[in-house]
Design a protein around this ligand. Structure first.
Ligand SMILES: Cc1cc2nc3c(=O)[nH]c(=O)nc-3n(C[C@H](O)[C@H](O)[C@H](O)COP(=O)(O)OP(=O)(O)OC[C@H]3O[C@@H](n4cnc5c(N)ncnc54)[C@H](O)[C@@H]3O)c2cc1C
Length: 437
């Protein structure tokens, strides 16, 4: 019989929730500490006021999952949150207001992708064949490349329309880092998983319900039912090594998963592992801005559309929440997403929201039943770490009985829900096997 650990999880984002659920499944006693009043971390719903002071519940930022997010989907199922009900599944389609774009049919993504490229009337035949040639070369090389290469370098020989209409939006959506700064190796890994993880892996999964209902709410219920202790609104302020165990704010634990943000983890472990703390502190971040607009009676032809980004046009994507969500409230509501938003935020959130409103009016004139109005702009300055080539990310193992979890921890993925869940699972399993070994 394996040893039952008294285990603390610090941080209740998707990484911490994954770690807590896995630790319970491994038979441990779990206490989870979250400094906010709610679980979910960056993937949470926010109660806020709109520009007209109306009460709103909005997502902290529009999130997309893909079919290849196997561990996230398994975690949701484990806690009783059914992905089929909570997420709208759509075959990958990247259309623009003025371009049909790439549109995959359901089925295995590799032939679906090849067929979609060949059928993409926005590109000339040489452009389509060039993309397929590049993808074949990447696949033959096992989706591996020079770790120092950027996405822009990897794709330099692709035709310009393919780079601008496909690679740039996919890159900024998945890595939240512009192609000229983003890691080609991580981009290829995401591409590989989206294309080669079986049928449905490239599908887009769009939340139909507020983000907090996807995992945080069901996980909290599940964890409580399983006997876990949840301490909300409790910021852990100290972590001290204590004769092979750990004192978390003076309470003794056998093992700890640090699933808080990288900066908080660095603060807590500085006296224990200064090198680890420095690597965590060295990470740089990219912001994401989500501008919510309202236009009653308006619809887009598809739930999600790519937009042409430019000096006057901040947003790369728009989501028609009326089509995606299950609630009356969401009708006529649109989320415009600005990833890699550092340059825009330098001009201020109000200026960014105003530019997005202008972009919405100009890019989608035929789709507004009434002129769109600003509902609310939300910004997350440290939305994700900047996923640059050769980036050194902190390792999961910090010290015996102490593991880190979070989207920033060393792993194959960029800062995503799946990366967070994978690291949470790894941390909990690592502590279990450490005791067994
Ligand atoms: C606007 C936006 C859009 C995004 N879009 C997508 C997307 O489309 N697809 C996708 O896959 N990913 C997306 N992401 C990224 C995704 O949200 C993150 O990768 C994921 O939520 C990270 O989870 P985490 O648990 O690692 O960290 P967090 O969610 O940051 O969780 C850390 C938790 O630790 C808590 N904490 C910190 N310090 C302490 C302490 N001392 N004591 C106790 N608790 C503490 C924090 O309050 C927080 O709840 C997006 C992120 C943002 C911000």
């Amino acid at each position: 019989m394996a040893e039952v650990l008294k285990l603390a999880v610090v941080g209740g984002g998707w990484a911490g929730l994954a770690a807590a659920v896995q630790a319970i499944r491994d038979g441990h006693q779990v206490s989870l500490f979250e400094m906010a009043a709610q679980l979910g971390g960056r993937a949470r719903s926010v109660d806020c006021k709109g520009v007209d002071a109306q009460d709103l519940t909005l997502d902290n930022g529009q999130h997309i999952l893909i079919g290849a997010y196997r561990q996230s989907l398994a975690l949701m199922r484990q806690v009783g949150a059914e992905p089929e009900e909570l997420l709208q599944r759509l075959p990958l389609r990247l259309c623009y207001p003025d371009l049909d774009g790439l549109s995959l049919m359901p089925g295995h993504p590799v032939p679906a992708f090849a067929r979609a490229v060949l059928a993409c009337a926005d590109w000339t035949w040489p452009e389509r064949l060039s993309l397929l040639r590049h993808c074949t070369v990447w696949a033959l090389k096992g989706f591996r490349c020079d770790p120092k290469a950027t996405v822009a370098q990897l794709c330099a020989t692709l035709p310009r329309p393919v780079r601008e209409q496909l690679i740039a939006p996919l890159c900024v959506a998945s890595l939240n880092t512009p192609a000229d700064q983003a890691s080609a190796a991580v981009f290829l890994r995401v591409l590989k998983d989206a294309l080669f993880s079986g049928p449905g892996s490239s599908d887009l999964l769009l939340p139909r319900w507020p983000l907090s209902d996807l995992l945080a709410g069901p996980a909290a219920d599940w964890l409580r039912t399983q006997g876990a202790r949840l301490h909300l609104g409790q910021r852990v302020s100290s972590l001290v090594s204590d004769d092979g165990r750990w004192l978390v704010d003076d309470e003794r634990f056998d093992a700890v998963v640090l699933a808080c943000t990288a900066s908080e983890a660095a603060r807590l472990v500085e006296p224990i592992a200064a090198g680890w703390a420095q690597t965590a502190r060295d990470l740089r971040y990219e912001p994401i801005v989500t501008v919510y607009l309202q236009s009653p009676g308006s619809h887009l032809p598809v739930p999600m559309m790519a937009l042409h980004e430019g000096p006057q046009a901040p947003a790369q994507f728009v989501f028609d929440l009326g089509q995606i969500h299950q609630s009356e409230d969401a009708a006529g509501r649109f989320a415009f997403v600005i990833s890699g938003a550092r340059g825009w935020l330098d001009q201020g959130l109000d200026a960014t929201a105003e530019a997005t409103l202008q972009q919405a009016q100009q890019a989608l004139p035929a789709h507004w039943a009434r002129p769109p109005q600003l509902l609310r702009a939300l910004t997350e300055k440290r939305a994700t770490f900047a996923c640059t080539p050769g980036l050194q990310r902190p390792e999961a193992r910090i010290a015996p009985g102490l593991m880190a979890a979070g989207d920033y921890v060393q792993g194959p993925y960029p800062a995503t829900l799946e990366g967070a869940v994978m690291s949470g699972n790894t941390a909990a399993r690592g502590l279990t096997s450490e005791r067994r070994g």
